[in-house]
Design a protein around this ligand. Structure first.
Ligand code: KIV
Ligand code: NA
Length: 262
């Protein structure tokens, strides 16, 4: 099958095709999500928390993002693959941003990068786009700014959010994530910008939705945000399977005849 391209992804907005995005960080998960038919797989810097067990998204490095993006890229036949620019790689000037993003595309099968930021990132977005590197912007709540924000909260400054959305779109972003903004603000932005809005905690009026795969599969042990609907409870399935295995090893039920060689 053919990969979904960046222009095809952007065109989903005009055709009214609602876009599903999920994160993935490894080969087996990405294969299954691709088979399920999601349009885009995001190698998010949330891997810092959900894979590496760190407190926030700040510590993850460019090399670590590339390592995970390589595995995801190898798994995917159809979905658009996007990789996050880790903190603070998109704030080091346009040359450094092109170098980092370019390296991420050279060494993986990712087709685009995502970066957190609004109007202050317009120049960087324009430079990356000029270099042939498609950019998905990430407005609203920006987890890489957690220290400045003092926590993860709904972002309610309508004028500021509209200004950011307009700026990243005009700078050439092909889509934007809108994280944790009130439904009516997300709807307003979605109606005003020509590129798809991908919401997370931003209501149903966006052009698409994104969730962290570990959250939606019920694999996350720590706090899960309100917007993260659980479509499965894999945490309990894994505990149950491991408990059963432990019991069967102890009582000799496993391995049975059929699991061995004569
Ligand atoms: O890193 C990530 O997983 C993300 C999504 C939640 C949008 O940025
Ligand atoms: Na991210």
């Amino acid at each position: 099958p053919k990969r979904i391209t960046v222009p095809e992804f952007t065109a989903f907005k005009q055709s009214g095709h609602k876009i599903s995005v999920l994160t993935a960080y490894d080969y087996p998960t990405a294969r299954l999500l691709d088979e399920a038919g999601v349009e885009c797989i995001l190698v998010g810097d949330t891997l810092s928390m959900v894979v590496q067990g760190r407190e926030n998204t700040l510590p993850v490095t460019v090399e670590e993002m590339i390592y995970h993006a390589e595995m995801v890229g190898r798994a995917v036949d159809r979905a658009l693959v996007v990789v996050d620019m880790p903190f603070p790689s998109n704030y080091l000037g346009r040359y450094k941003a092109i170098e980092t993003a370019g390296e991420m595309l050279k060494r993986t099968r990712a087709q685009a990068v995502k970066l957190e930021g609004g109007s202050e990132q317009a120049e960087t977005i324009r430079s990356l786009t000029c270099a042939g590197i498609p950019v998905m912007a990430h407005c609203g709540l920006r987890p890489q700014s957690v220290h400045q924000l003092g926590g993860y909260r709904v972002q309610r400054d309508r004028e500021h959010l509209l200004e950011d959305a307009r700026a990243v779109s005009e700078a050439g972003a092909f889509a934007m994530v809108l994280e944790c903004v009130p439904r009516d603000v997300a709807a307003d932005i979605t109606a005003r910008v020509p590129i798809p809005t991908i919401g997370i905690g931003a209501g149903p009026d966006c052009d698409g939705q994104v969730l962290v795969v570990n959250d939606m599969l019920g694999l996350t042990s720590d706090h899960v945000p309100k917007f993260a609907k659980q479509y499965a409870n894999l945490k309990q399935d894994i505990i149950d399977a491991a408990t059963k295995y432990r019991d069967e090893v102890r009582d000799g039920t496993f391995p049975g005849e059929e699991h061995g060689y004569k």
